[in-house]
Design a protein around this ligand. Structure first.
Ligand code: ZN
Ligand code: ZN
Length: 301
């Protein structure tokens, strides 16, 4: 048993030994800590300040690498990305970008949908914000390490677009996972029944679809003017013994618009049974397939 496995095992043993009450308490504490951090982020982000380094988000100081550089401040070049990932691990970079994306609109900017990905990749997600788009990719081969040198250790690849133009390409960097990242990835994958992971306040489309309380989600969703921009398409199927008068439907549509709530949230007024289907809307960023480079070799099998 290697060190990683034995520390994983002792962590699992520890978790299994805990009473539910203690686990709830840990969750509560964790949530409070993240909430505090998020509040700090949100407040400063609104003023154009980075809550991590306290400089302006538009500022680039080569001697103090920060994850806010991924917002492409003037002076930031591809080569500087190395300083960012040397200082910030995979989860922290991702958590930051998820928070940024969700300041624009919740869920929709983060395409982490399992169904939309081929399954060949261990990690595959795209996050967008304004004119920026970032993607993370890690194949099973990347995770094992391939070739020699930097790519021989477990690593992931990163892509960044600015104004629809490539800024960083997947093949530009082999980004090594830190020990903490590896520990998390392995323990979650090996023990999904015991350990889960959630990007609090950085929820993406998968969280939206996994949400057990879709009614709650529908109530709190704010409808978009054009269907094109909608995060979720809510298809409401209304069935009623007596049938439904179209005027009633129109009246309800107006009520929904006035109250700025979705039609589906009021649809129960029309009939006994309503079935709500939630599916991803078209504004969710497309998944960014990795073509060419080393990644394509794995296709041959
Ligand atoms: Zn910063
Ligand atoms: Zn690779």
């Amino acid at each position: 048993m290697n060190t990683q496995n034995s520390s994983q095992q002792s962590f699992l043993d520890w978790i299994r030994s805990l009473d539910q009450e203690i686990i709830d308490e840990i969750h509560k504490k964790q949530h409070e800590a993240v909430l505090n951090e998020y509040k700090g982020f949100e407040e400063k982000f609104g003023k154009g300040i980075c809550y991590i380094c306290d400089s302006e988000l538009s500022e680039f100081q080569p001697d103090s690498p920060c994850v806010h550089w991924l917002l492409a401040p003037v002076g930031f070049r591809k080569k500087h990305f190395k300083d960012v990932y040397n200082r910030f691990g995979f989860y922290r970079i991702q958590a930051f970008l998820r928070w940024v994306a969700n300041t624009e609109i919740h869920f929709q900017n983060i395409n982490d949908l399992v169904e939309e990905h081929s399954g060949k990749k261990k990690i595959d997600l795209t996050i967008s914000f304004r004119n920026l788009r970032w993607s993370f990719s890690c194949s099973h081969t990347d995770f094992k390490g391939h070739g020699q040198g930097l790519s021989a250790v477990p690593h992931y690849h990163f892509q960044m677009y600015v104004d629809n133009k490539h800024f960083i390409k997947y093949r530009d960097f082999h980004i090594p996972f830190g020990d903490e990242d590896l520990f998390k990835i392995n323990i979650i994958e090996d023990n999904p029944d015991v350990i889960g992971h959630k990007f609090s306040f950085g929820e993406g489309m998968q969280d939206l679809l996994d949400s057990t309380d879709s009614d709650e989600l529908i109530r709190t969703a704010v409808p978009s003017d054009k269907d094109q921009k909608g995060t979720v398409h809510i298809q409401t199927l209304i069935s009623s013994e007596e049938g439904i008068a179209w005027e009633d439907v129109e009246k309800l549509m107006k009520e929904a618009k006035d109250k700025n709530v979705t039609f589906a949230s009021l649809a129960h007024k029309l009939g006994e049974k309503t079935i709500k289907l939630i599916e991803p809307g078209p504004a969710v960023p497309q998944t960014a397939e990795r073509k060419g480079g080393r990644g394509s070799k794995s296709k041959k099998k």
